[in-house]
Design a protein around this ligand. Structure first.
Ligand SMILES: [Zn+2]
Length: 402
């Protein structure tokens, strides 16, 4: 197999594998056929490389796997900046809803937007994910609500995926029942028709279980329909109120549970046994002034913990996964090593792509060359862009060398 790229002169290489984080100094990475062929000490590389192979000199910098975003809502239209301003002035969620804000304002704008507007908006968000070191992102529908509109958003996510170096893992999100709908009929429609129709267009089904969204009984019916079609299962669980949705997720073998600010006492052990990844979203807790998810309790119980931006127009409008690592360490008691695993190995597990978030041989040739030589600084220097060159499948797609 021909070599695509050699990255030399790496000061610190973060190798992520089943054992955890490994650090190698004076390292090199070789990518062949779009995949990692070698990642380790430069002295083991040998001198047999073709001199014509494309090379990047990292000048002693930190190199890591491309980051994996496990939870994002990147396809929507409209702006909720006015709502953010009202919130900053002290308005409550109920006041914002009464003024026409909240999820339903994004639903109105998304339904009214043309396909090209929605795809372009998604592509620009993927540009910003790339500038933050992300090379693979989960991507939820969820701002159309009606069956045909949700299928349209999944098709548009596939269109965006075909046009951008950031790879996507699309998810059908059951966000909230439309206010004008007969709830029973709406759930029945998705169970019998829409979820099976969506299955070829996505990899997972996510149900928002909370006050104002779906009940625990509705969530079970929808998830069972998703499981029957072979989709991975996710649940927005225990964010505003404790519903027992995390226990349901563990029982059904869900791939991930999201938020978990109000997690019950026994759920962590059940989630750990089920291998369900806890996708923690510090940006939503920060924006909505919710209690921080108790990451230490989950980790102590043996849970897998990943970190996501929750990128969405209302409760967490950001594409910065490095900032989420900073918040996790500064506010949630996570260690720097746990934060890095949360945006690499554990996020890849949540998304269902074992070949991402790692540099073992055969993994995707996705790398980030950082503007620092120390992985701890990426977390410490919060809000500061430190991504240098991003490489996807052995090609430099952003930053110097692209
Ligand atoms: Zn979300």
């Amino acid at each position: 197999m021909s070599t695509d790229l050699v990255v030399r002169n790496i000061g610190e290489l973060l190798v992520v594998d089943d054992a955890g984080l490994g650090r190698v100094h004076d390292a090199a990475v070789v990518i062949a056929g779009g995949r990692v062929a070698f990642a380790g000490p430069a002295r083991e590389l040998g001198a047999t490389l073709d001199v014509n192979v494309r090379q990047i000199d990292a000048h002693g910098a930190l190199v890591t796997p491309g980051l994996v975003e496990p939870h994002a809502h990147p396809i929507f239209a409209g702006s909720r900046a006015a709502e953010f301003a009202e919130r900053a002035r002290g308005a409550t969620y109920a006041e914002i809803q009464a003024a026409g804000g909240g999820i339903l304002s994004t639903v109105r704008a998304t339904r009214a937007a043309g396909d090209d507007v929605l795809v372009e908006g998604t592509l620009r968000r993927l540009d910003r994910f790339l500038l933050n070191g992300v090379t693979l992102a989960e991507a939820k529908s969820g701002y159309a609500l009606d069956p045909d509109g949700e299928l349209r958003l999944l098709r548009l996510l596939q269109a965006a995926r075909a046009r951008h170096p950031v790879d996507l893992s699309p998810t059908l999100l059951m966000h909230v029942p439309p206010p004008d709908a007969d709830r029973t009929e709406y759930v029945r429609q998705f169970v019998s028709h829409t979820i099976p129709a969506a299955a070829p267009l996505c990899e997972a089904l996510d149900v928002y279980c909370d006050v104002g969204a779906f009940t625990i009984d509705e969530t079970r019916r929808l998830l069972e329909a998703g499981r029957a079609t072979g989709l991975l299962l996710r649940v927005h669980a225990e964010q505003f109120t404790h519903t027992g949705a995390a226990d349901l997720a563990a029982e059904l073998g869900a791939r991930s549970v999201e938020h978990l600010e109000q997690l019950g006492p026994d759920a962590p052990a059940r989630l750990a046994r089920a291998g369900t990844v806890c996708n923690l979203l510090p940006g939503a807790a920060l924006t909505l002034k919710l209690p921080w998810p108790d990451a230490r309790r989950m980790i102590a119980a043996g849970c897998r913990v990943a970190l996501g931006t929750d990128c969405n127009p209302g409760s967490s409008h950001t594409e910065s996964l490095p900032l989420m690592m900073s918040l996790a360490c500064m506010q949630m008691g996570m260690t720097i090593e746990e934060a890095w695993l949360g945006v690499t190995r554990e996020a890849a597990r949540a998304v269902g792509r074992a070949d991402a978030g790692t540099l073992r041989p055969g993994a995707r040739g996705d790398l980030v060359v950082w503007q620092t030589d120390d992985h701890r600084e990426v977390v410490q220097r919060y809000g500061t862009p430190l991504v240098g060159t991003v490489i996807v499948g052995g090609q430099a797609v952003s930053g110097p060398g692209s």
